[in-house]
Design a protein around this ligand. Structure first.
Ligand code: PGA
Length: 249
């Protein structure tokens, strides 16, 4: 069975002391064994968070990585560097990276390759903007994100991927996708995976929902057969809300 995952993307929030306080508070709670909790702090805190999180079996991710191996790329983090501090997951193509830093599917495909080579798990983000949904173009849009970012991978490599569907109109807006909208798109993504890689592979890949996922809606979202957890932004900055979401399966 595929993994249930709840990952907290802290984005560019929290000072050093606030970040350490947050992971310590998360550590005080227990979460159902079936759920893998992941925290994704700003990279500058990752080493310390890895050490603190280990005591509670919480895994750690980073928010971005380079498509290059290493060398003269000021400001970038290579997958080897990320691995060397004990992080295991990396967000790839979050909509904020796509929008503000102009990341394209072709760049993201290269990042995915670097991460897989270093045995890290990419959490590949996709999702349409409101205009695409209103124009009825949301399925095609997400299809091209998945195909161009991931479909060069062979079967062994795609099995290392986690996918996060995050409709851009739901991120940080307080407007959550309805349970039906989430299930419909997750099912669509799984069907794309089935057509390309077959049933067994498609059924082994976790697809997370992200976009204003809060404790009061998580249970309804996670009850859908193709929703395997959540990528949580705002609500992951509060330990109690984050844990409540993780306990919503
Ligand atoms: P949000 O962010 O939960 O604050 O909407 C989700 C995300 O960007 O991953």
């Amino acid at each position: 069975m595929r993994k249930k995952i709840v990952a907290g993307n802290w984005k560019m929030n929290k000072t050093h002391s606030e970040a350490l306080a947050l992971i310590k508070e998360i550590n005080q709670h227990t979460v159902n064994d079936e759920v893998q909790l992941i925290v994704i702090p700003p990279s500058i805190y990752v080493s310390e968070v890895v050490n603190l999180a280990a005591s509670n079996n919480v895994r750690v991710g980073v928010q971005n990585s380079s498509q290059y191996d290493g060398g003269a790329y000021t400001g970038e983090l290579s997958s080897a560097m990320i691995k060397s501090v004990g992080a295991q997951f990396v967000l790839v193509g979050h909509s904020e990276r796509r929008e503000y830093f102009k990341e394209k599917n072709a760049d993201l495909a290269l990042k995915v390759d670097q991460l897989i080579n270093d045995d890290l798990t990419p959490i590949y983000c996709c999702g349409e903007v409101l205009e695409d949904r209103e124009a009825g173009n949301h399925f095609n849009f997400v299809k091209s994100q998945i195909e161009e970012g991931l479909f060069h991978l062979d079967e062994t490599a795609i099995l290392k991927i986690v996918i996060a569907y995050e409709p851009v109109w739901a991120i940080g807006t307080g407007v959550t996708a309805s349970s039906d909208q989430a299930q419909e798109m997750h099912h669509f993504i799984r069907t794309l995976l089935t057509d390309k890689y077959g049933n067994d592979v498609a059924n082994a890949i976790s697809i997370l929902y992200g976009g204003s996922c809060k404790p009061n809606i998580a249970q309804e979202l996670f009850a859908n057969s193709d929703v395997d957890g959540g990528l949580i932004g705002g609500a992951s900055l509060n330990a109690q809300d984050f844990i409540a979401i993780a306990n919503s399966f």
